[in-house]
Design a protein around this ligand. Structure first.
Ligand SMILES: Nc1ncnc2c1ncn2[C@@H]1O[C@H](COP(=O)(O)OP(=O)(O)OP(=O)(O)O)[C@@H](O)[C@H]1O
Ligand SMILES: [Mg+2]
Length: 238
């Protein structure tokens, strides 16, 4: 069953820049879509339009009735509202009208699964960049949304942080959530993808099976093919 359809969405900014050009795709319930694109390809604009934070110039977005969308922003600072970690993660469930006990349960469990339980009384603004991202994930987990969109979820994270986010994404997939991960860092996540999209200068260049996608020349779209092996120190240079 389709939970989300993006229908020929274009976005032209007042300065004339065409950030999205007739983008169409849809997400099935429980599907994990990894959408790759280099800097400026339109990933964040697309997320903002799907979540109705921004208007498209033409086209439409349809979300199945009753389904909610949670966003994990690329800029984790922009997502922090609470003074303390616990308070911040409580915002969503509190606004959704849950009882005090339910809020506590949801917040405790989301802080535990993001590895932030020990920081629950810390001031949010003093968290490191990676911890702020985990907090953003915790806040969205606590809201229990049906569709989650992660915008560059690995930015700023160290190796354990990346693994933690990946295991959260894997867990959410198991729970049947519909997931869209916007990233250019395919080596970190593609194994979880049911479908792979490539966005380049606002156009969808590929939409299909991840394995088929990797057979293409991704370089021309500014995406590094993750199927490369490092054999010696000489290979360690991007
Ligand atoms: N308000 C705006 N006015 C004009 N141009 C904009 C505006 N917002 C975004 N853009 C442009 O739209 C294009 C797509 O931007 P977007 O932020 O979606 O890229 P992205 O794929 O998320 O890149 P990154 O990987 O760097 O996060 C860029 O060229 C950007 O400069
Ligand atoms: Mg972006």
């Amino acid at each position: 069953m389709k939970v989300l359809s993006v229908n020929a969405v274009s976005k032209i900014f007042p300065n004339g820049l065409k950030a999205l050009d007739e983008v169409s795709f849809s997400a099935e319930e429980g599907e994990c879509i990894v959408a790759a694109g280099s800097n400026g390809s339109g990933k964040t604009v697309l997320m903002n339009i799907i979540a109705q934070l921004e208007e498209s110039s033409s086209g439409s977005v349809t979300v199945q009735q009753g389904k909610s969308i949670g966003l994990i922003f690329q800029d984790a600072d922009a997502q922090i509202l609470g003074e303390t970690v616990e308070e911040d993660a409580s915002f969503g469930p509190r606004n959704a009208g849950y009882s005090k006990n339910e809020i506590k349960e949801k917040v405790d469990s989301s802080l535990t699964s993001t590895g932030l339980a020990h920081k629950k009384d810390s001031p949010s603004r003093l968290l490191s960049g990676g911890e702020k991202r985990r907090l953003a994930v915790a806040g969205v987990l606590a809201m229990d949304c049906d569709i989650l969109i992660f915008d560059e979820p690995f930015a700023n994270l160290d190796w354990p942080g990346v693994k933690q986010v990946c295991s959260i994404i894997a867990q959410l997939k198991k729970e049947g959530k519909t997931l869209i991960v916007l990233t250019h860092e395919l080596e970190k996540i593609l194994s979880l993808a049911d479908r792979f999209l490539v966005l380049h200068y606002g156009k969808i260049c590929f939409d299909g099976d991840p394995e088929e996608g990797l057979k293409l020349d991704l370089n021309k779209w500014g995406i590094r093919n993750p199927l490369v092996a490092y054999e010696s120190i000489g290979d360690l240079l991007w």
